[in-house]
Design a protein around this ligand. Sequence first.
Ligand code: HEM
Ligand SMILES: *[C@@H]1O[C@H](CO)[C@@H](O)[C@H](O)[C@H]1NC(C)=O
Ligand SMILES: *[C@@H]1O[C@H](CO)[C@@H](O)[C@H](O)[C@H]1NC(C)=O
Ligand SMILES: *[C@@H]1O[C@H](CO)[C@@H](O)[C@H](O)[C@H]1NC(C)=O
Ligand SMILES: *[C@@H]1O[C@H](CO)[C@@H](O)[C@H](O)[C@H]1NC(C)=O
Ligand SMILES: *[C@@H]1O[C@H](CO)[C@@H](O)[C@H](O)[C@H]1NC(C)=O
Ligand SMILES: *[C@@H]1O[C@H](CO)[C@@H](O)[C@H](O)[C@H]1NC(C)=O
Length: 375
Amino acid sequence: MFSSLVVYSLLAIKICTVGAFPAYQSLAGLTREELDAVVRTLQYDPPPPPPGPLANDSAILVNDADHPYMSLQPGDQRGPCPALNTLASHGYLPRNGIVTPVQIVNAVQEGFNLENSFARFLVYSTFLVNGNPITNLMSIGDATSATGQNPPAPATVAGLDTHNNCEGDTSMTRADFYFGDNHSFNETRFQNFVTFSNEYGGGKFNLTAATELRHFLFQDSLLNNPTFSMVSPRLFTAYGESVFPINFFIDGRDTSGQLDLDVARSFFQNMTFPTDFYRRNGAISNEGYETVFNAYPIVPGANQGTVNSYKYDPTSATLSEPCKRYTTFVLRNIQSLYPNPTGNLREALNINLQYLFDATVAAGENCTQVFPYGQ
Ligand code: HEM
Ligand SMILES: *[C@@H]1O[C@H](CO)[C@@H](O)[C@H](O)[C@H]1NC(C)=O
Ligand SMILES: *[C@@H]1O[C@H](CO)[C@@H](O)[C@H](O)[C@H]1NC(C)=O
Ligand SMILES: *[C@@H]1O[C@H](CO)[C@@H](O)[C@H](O)[C@H]1NC(C)=O
Ligand SMILES: *[C@@H]1O[C@H](CO)[C@@H](O)[C@H](O)[C@H]1NC(C)=O
Ligand SMILES: *[C@@H]1O[C@H](CO)[C@@H](O)[C@H](O)[C@H]1NC(C)=O
Ligand SMILES: *[C@@H]1O[C@H](CO)[C@@H](O)[C@H](O)[C@H]1NC(C)=O
């Protein structure tokens, strides 16, 4: 009985453009055979390989006539990442916020000059836990039917808002999930950003302010959030994001390392490139994060259900263990969402896992590849 309904909506996915089909149904409750049948019939788009580095990574005008800001339409997705939000609002990404991995790599390179291997690792790790491997689509915000019929649970395909996959605690301008909305701009938190910039950056957000703000945010979550967690992968993204505003939100013609607070607000809140904005001159990734970390080193861990009960988690990679980060991410985070994939789903996961591993090779990390779903 399920077949006519499901097949109808699957056909709709094939025929209609994104967003035009009815809300997706959960596939929970189907037998294994039924699930396999569904997965076989989902529109399958084998994921194409990611692009290489920019041919010319010099500073250029990116808020240009071809990429005007346009305000949101109903249903457009925006989420916790100010950079991806901005790229979507200027058309470097599809304006509805429903994106493919290749589109993100291209957009973060063209719009911000993010270094290629770093972009690829970030994109494939995020996509594998928050995107739909069959349709090759991911929401940069909330879960939505626009990414197609979901693969079977426990896969979530819930977009970038999903807590603890990549989104996590101690964001600069988004609240911890425990405190409230974990993906929208939060003025209270931005005011901390302003205060620390005034106190430690002479009115600008610089590496000194970033360092002190990160320490404050850690202490704030430690002392106020009983569910506070700071383990890989969040450990890596938290320290990277501390320096991203300095590395990417400062106009490419300005090498001072001091980010103006109106410019910061333009990205974090308005999702807009400032007028006449040039991207950074030369590709960069998370340079500066060691400075932030080394001032107040921490161990990976989590509160134990009460505030100020932080306990070291030896199973988490530390910032100096990129291969452990890769391995545990694949064998823990990805495998827990996809314990036993078959057919196109398994093939799509394996292709994306290969792209993830390739990114570690490109970054010179010499990790040993792991194959949760065979070779
Ligand atoms: C390459 C693909 C990228 C993906 C998949 C991605 C994804 C994310 C996600 C999921 C978060 C939320 C983490 C959290 O705070 O809980 C985030 C935050 C952030 N992202 Fe991105 N991002 C990407 C690239 C970039 C780039 C290129 C920049 C800078 C130009 C950037 C700047 C930031 C900043 C500053 C935050 C922190 C927001 C805050 O702490 O309030 N991201 N990103
Ligand atoms: C790279 O682009 C810049 C800005 O458009 C230009 O001035 C420069 O000549 C280009 N370099 C090369 C090698 O093409
Ligand atoms: C983060 O917030 C969104 C929207 O409020 C919510 O759907 C999501 O479940 C939250 N993350 C987690 C685990 O709860
Ligand atoms: C904004 O952040 C503050 C501080 O973390 C938090 O108390 C508040 O609940 C957040 N607001 C929303 C709407 O989530
Ligand atoms: C940040 O700004 C403050 C105040 O101007 C200055 O003392 C400090 O050296 C700056 N730090 C960096 C890394 O630029
Ligand atoms: C943000 O957008 C609002 C509304 O368009 C505008 O009034 C304000 O000047 C913008 N702020 C910044 C910092 O870009
Ligand atoms: C890479 O790892 C292998 C195995 O762990 C090791 O034998 C080899 O020396 C490493 N190569 C480099 C360049 O670090």
